[in-house]
Design a protein around this ligand. Structure first.
Ligand code: HEM
Length: 418
């Protein structure tokens, strides 16, 4: 019997108490989600003071429901909603968020997304696949002989930032600095963030924006074949992205693109190791690879919660919501809904039961989804020289073959990928 003593559920009132920073929860969130599906798929989370939805149909519908949005101040004032004025000490962070695709609603979102999409499409992300395989190989070469590595810092952290910097057109030497800014920035989205987290996020937002402005100025003068140059020059119905929109978009692409992909790689490696399945089979051809990547995304979603404001009074699953209320959508839990996926906690790459919600749905559907799947496939298949694999206690061994070539063995510490 699984010990879930850290979780308290009252199905009668649909109240749940759970400390999200308890390692017992976050080291294996899926068993908590399974318990919530069994007892109370829609619940009020006492510590977060908001309603949460885990049912696949509810989450999928709410992501597409235009009565809900990422913005609220386009339909109501702060005064109407009893919302405090923005804090002065996070003004640089707020400025960066102001034109973030993730934070705006139509008509601004439609205009911004159309322009960014046009620039994005011209980058042909799938052409980057050989570059990713080459980078992954060179990283594996560095730790291969050690028979053990901390996978997040030596592999998962490096691939996304390097590829996204290359795609946008930021020099690769900026990688460590971009990582620092990005980590500080996403500190604003963490549970129980502190004043120190907010100060760090604000400082890094300013430094990040100043840096991006300098690169934009350089690209205006000397355009290249990179995403930033395309974004500067992309035009739709006589409209261009403004300087502030270019800065916000570059920051959101780096943060959204980097943070989620790191954890996708980590979670995927751990899932594959724990499944005991043969990676040679999992990556035997393009179809098998696609299904393996989809299943790792389903069962190990890298970003769990997205929120929406209720824009007009309505009722969802018996919960009466008023304008300005926040609802939280647990994408990671929706992917484990037993009404949608059979035996949902088991890693079964050959399942064919419909789309998972890891990249969201509706107008905010991840703009990087297609590229991410290519990147993940390339990073997870990365080959190296033949090596005898002798996993020590508490370690796993991941053989990663390239068709017609020698097998690769990457040894990681168990749990390093979470
Ligand atoms: C495994 C990797 C990734 C996951 C799981 C992921 C997940 C998501 C999700 C769930 C959303 C929707 C958020 C919402 O509905 O509020 C989203 C939006 C977005 N993602 Fe991703 N993402 C990933 C990688 C990337 C990459 C590589 C990029 C860019 C290079 C990217 C850029 C964006 C942007 C710009 C948006 C906002 C789109 C909009 O609001 O119109 N993401 N992502």
């Amino acid at each position: 019997m699984t010990d879930l003593s850290f979780l308290s559920i009252d199905p009668a009132t649909r109240r749940v108490s759970l400390d999200a920073r308890d390692p017992a929860f976050y080291s294996d969130p899926n068993r908590t989600y399974a318990a919530l599906h069994a007892a109370c798929p829609t619940f009020y989370w006492e510590e977060q003071k908001a309603w949460f939805f885990t049912g696949y149909d509810h989450v999928n519908a709410l992501l597409r429901d235009r009565r809900f949005g990422r913005q609220i101040l386009h339909v109501a004032t702060r005064e109407d909603l009893g919302m405090p004025e923005p804090a002065a000490h996070t003004r640089h962070f707020d400025k960066a968020e102001l034109h973030s695709l993730l934070e705006v609603e139509p008509p601004e979102h439609t205009r911004l997304r159309t322009l960014v999409n046009r620039a994005f499409v011209s980058r042909h992300v799938e052409k980057m696949t050989p570059e990713i395989a080459e980078l992954a190989n060179s990283l594996i070469d560095r730790f291969e002989n050690d028979h053990e590595t901390e996978l997040l810092s030596t592999f998962a952290d490096i691939i996304p930032v390097t590829m996204i910097a290359r795609m946008i057109g930021i020099p690769e030497e900026m990688g460590p600095q971009l990582l620092k800014w990005s980590h500080d920035y996403v500190g604003m989205y963490m549970f129980k963030r502190t004043r120190a987290d907010e100060d760090a996020a604000d400082r890094s937002s300013k430094a990040f924006a100043d840096y991006v402005r300098s690169v934009i100025a350089e690209r205006r003068a000397h355009p290249r074949d990179d995403l930033l140059s395309h974004m500067i020059h992309t035009e739709h119905k006589g409209q261009y992205l403004s300087e502030d929109e270019l800065v916000s978009t570059t920051i959101v692409l780096l943060n959204a693109g980097h943070e989620a992909t790191v954890h996708q790689i980590g979670n995927s490696v751990r899932l594959i190791l724990e499944s005991g399945l043969d990676p040679a089979q999992l990556f035997s051809d393009a179809k098998a690879t696609e299904r393996t990547v989809e299943e790792t995304l389903r069962i190990g979603a890298p970003v769990h919660i997205f929120q929406r404001y209720c824009l007009e009074p309505c009722e969802i699953d018996g919960v009466a919501l008023k304008r300005g209320d926040k609802v939280s959508l647990l994408l990671a839990a929706a992917n484990l809904d037993p009404n949608k996926f059979s035996d949902p906690l088991t890693f079964k790459p050959m399942r064919d039961e419909g789309a998972n919600l890891s990249f969201g749905a509706g107008i905010h559907f991840c703009i990087g989804a297609a590229g991410t799947k290519h990147r993940a496939a390339a990073a997870l298949q990365a080959p190296a020289e033949p090596e005898d694999c002798r996993p020590a206690r508490g370690q796993g061994c991941l053989p990663l073959p390239r068709p017609g070539e020698a097998r690769t063995y990457v040894v990681i510490s168990a749990g390093a990928g979470v």
